[in-house]
Design a protein around this ligand. Sequence first.
Ligand code: ATP
Ligand code: MG
Length: 775
Amino acid sequence: MEKYLAELNEAQRAPVLHKDGALMVIAGAGSGKTRVLTYRIAYLMNQGVDAFNILSLTFTNKAAREMKKRIANIVGNSEAKNLWMGTFHSVFAKILRIEADKLGYPSNFTIYDTQDSQRLINSIIKEMGLDKDVYKYKQVQSRISSYKNSLITVKAYFNNPELMEADAMAKKPRLGEIYNEYCERCFKAGAMDFDDLLLKTNELLNRFPEVLMKYQERFRYILVDEYQDTNHSQYLIVKALSDRYQNICVVGDDAQSIYAFRGANINNILNFQKDYDDVTMYRLEQNYRSTRNIVNAANSVIEKNKSRLEKVVWTANDDGNSIKVHRSVTDAEEGRFVASTIFETKMQEQLKDGDFAVLYRTNSQSRSIEDALRRKDIPYRIYGGLSFYQRKEIKDVLAYLRLILNPKDEEALVRVINYPARGIGQTTIQKLTIAANHYKRSIFEVMENLNRIDLKINSGTKRKLEDFVTMIKSFQVTNQSADAFVLAEHVTKKTGLLQEFKKDGTPEGIARMENIEELLNGIQDFVEGQKELADASGDLSEFMEDIALATDMDKDAGDDDRVALMTIHLAKGLEFPYVFIVGMEEDLFPSAMSMNTRSELEEERRLFYVALTRAEKQAYLTHAQSRYRWGKLIDAEPSRFIEEIDDTYLEHLTPPMDSGYRYKPLIDSDIFGDVDKSKLRLRKPSAGTPPSHHKPSEEKLRKLRKIKPDIGEPVANNNLFDDDLVVGNKVEHSRFGKGEIVKIEGVGNDKKAEIRFDNGGIKKLLLRFAKLDVI
Ligand code: ATP
Ligand code: MG
C-alpha cells in the first residue's frame, strides 16, 4: 500500500479507493471527511486521472488552498496545480467568464457586491417614485436575492401568480417591476451580483446543451465538501454537471447544517440517493480531532435534536480535561477572563497565540474580547469581518467624535458631512475643498465663514452647511461637561446615525445598530474605569487615545500566530487546540431571533455542535450575568445549551446559577419535512464499534463535579499590607453599592482593591480615592 493511504483508517480508505460512481460520506465532526476528499483526489490522480478532469468544491477558498497543498505533497506540485478547487462562487465565476458571450455578457463582467446591489436598487426605487418606507431597498434586495437562489427569474416570477400575490399582500405590488429593472440595469452595466454567479451558471447549463456537455466531459470527477450546506441553486449545478458520468463524491454532516437561513437545504443530502443510479453510502465514526470529553459532550448535545440522522461518533483519544464553564458578572469581565486564561495557559503550556480561538454568535460580540486582548498585548486576528474599530458604522461614529476634538480633521469631515444624507452634494464639497486650498484654511473654517466668501452656493445648501457647523459646535459645548459616553450617545442620536440603521430593519441594519450599541457599551465601560483613576476623567480625548492603539495594532498584519476571533458560522471545518465559546446566554445563543420554532432552535443547536467540535484539547464556555445594551445593564440567563451538556463532562469554574428560568415554548417543525430518513440506512451498526459514550469512573465523576469557588485570580499575601482593608472584607461604595474585596494589589498611593459588587460587576479601585466603608 502506498504510504499516504496508510494515513487513513479502514473506514476512510474505503471511500478513497472507491471506483467510479456516486458516493456519499455522512459522518460526524472531526471524523476525517475533508481528509477523505483530499486523499481521494490524490488517489484518483495516482490512478491516472488528469487533474484537468477533477472539480472540487469547498466551503472557503482557504480550505481549497490547504487541500491543494496536501495533494501537492502526495502527487507533486506540477500535477496538483491544474486542479480546479474553490468555492461555488469562485469556480463558477471563472466558468462564466469563459462562456460570458453566450449569455450576452462581456468576459470581463463586473461582480457587484451586496452594497453595490443595494445602491442600485435604492436608486431604482427612487426613480420609480415609490414610497421608500414601504419599499425598503435592503429588504427588496434580500427578496430579489432569495428569488435568484430559488432560480425564480423575472420571467418565472411573472408567471407565478402566487408570488405576485404574496408581494402584493406585503404591500409591494411593484416588486416584480423593480426586479425586472434591476436585472436589466445590471445587464446593461455588464455586471453580475453574487447570486447571479449561481443563477447564470444554471442558465448557461440549461440553455446550451453543448456547453453542458463540454463541462460534463471536462469534470468527470466532482467532489463536494460540506454538502449539507449547499442551496438549491448549487445543488442543481452539481447535479447537471455530474449527470453524465455520475462520478460524484459528496461529504457532509447533517448535524452541521447551519445555513438554512440562507437557503441551504438539508434535503440535498436526503435526495442524493434518488438522484443517482447507484449510490454507495459510507460512514466514518472515529473522531481524530478532539478529546473524548469534547466528543462525548458534543454527542450529548446533538442528541437533543429530533431532526437528525442517527450517527455514532467516538474517539480513541484521551479523556482530556473537562469542558470549563465560566460565569462573569459583565461582558467586559468575560473578555478579561478569556484574555487572562489565554495569557496564563500560553505561559504554562508553552503555546502559541495561534493555538487559541474565540468563537461567538454575532460579530458585535468581538468588541469586549478585542478590548481585553489588546490590554494584555495579546495579538489577535478577526476573521471574516473587519476589526471592530474598522467597521464602517463604527468609523462613522468615530469620525464625528474626531471632528469634535479637531474640526480640521478633513478625512473625518468628508466622511460625515453628508452622512447621514443631509443634502450636501459632491459639487458643494468640491467647492469647499477648492476654497480651503485657496485660503489655506480647513474646510471647516471655510464653512464657518460662508458669509464672507462668495462660493456660489445657493442659500438652501448654505443653510445646510451652517446647520452642520452649528451641530458640531454644540457637540463641542457638550464635550466640556459630559463624559465620553454621554457625549457619544448624544452624537449618535443627534446626527441621525442611529435612526438611519433603525429604520431599515434588515439583518445588516440590525447588525450595524448592534455594533454601535457595542461601541457605546465599550465607551461606558471605559468611562467607569477612568472615573476611578486619580488623574483621569473619562472624557472624549482620553477615549480617543485609547482607541488609537486599537487601530494601530490592526494595521500590523502579516504573521499568522494570533488568536483567531470569528463567528461560529465561519469556523466550520476548522480546528484549534483551545476554543472559547463566548456569550453562552439565552437570547444571544440561542439567538432571540431563532427561538420560535423547533427547527430554528435545532439550527442553533447544530451551530453549538459545530462550535464545540472545533476544539482539540480544551473548550471553554463563558457567559455573563449582565450585558450592556444601550448603556444599560441587562440581565442575561445562561444558555440552555450549557445545561444540555451531560454534567459529567463539565467543570464549573464558578458556581452554576439556578435561576429557575423557563424557556419559551416552541412551535413544532422539522427540517427534514416528509422525507423518509430510514432510506439512508445510517443506523446499521458496524461490527466492533465502541460505545458512543465513554463514561468516566466514579472517582473521576466526583472530581469533575467538584466545583471550584469563585475567587478569580490567586489572592495576594495579605501580610504585605499594613492597611486595614483585606481580602474578604465586605465594603460599601457610594456608587456601586455593597461588595466584597477579592484582591488587593500595589502599595502606597497605587494600592488598589478589586471588589466584586453585589449588583454590578468587578471593579478595581484606587484605595486612596475610592469612597469605601467597611460593613
Ligand atoms: P468537520 O466535520 O469538522 O469538517 P472532518 O470530518 O472534515 O471534520 P477532518 O478535518 O478531515 O474531519 O479531520 C479532523 C482532524 O483529524 C484533522 O486534523 C485530520 O488531519 C485528523 N485525521 C483525520 N483522519 C485521521 C487519521 N486516519 N489519522 C490521523 N489523523 C486523522
Ligand atoms: Mg471537514
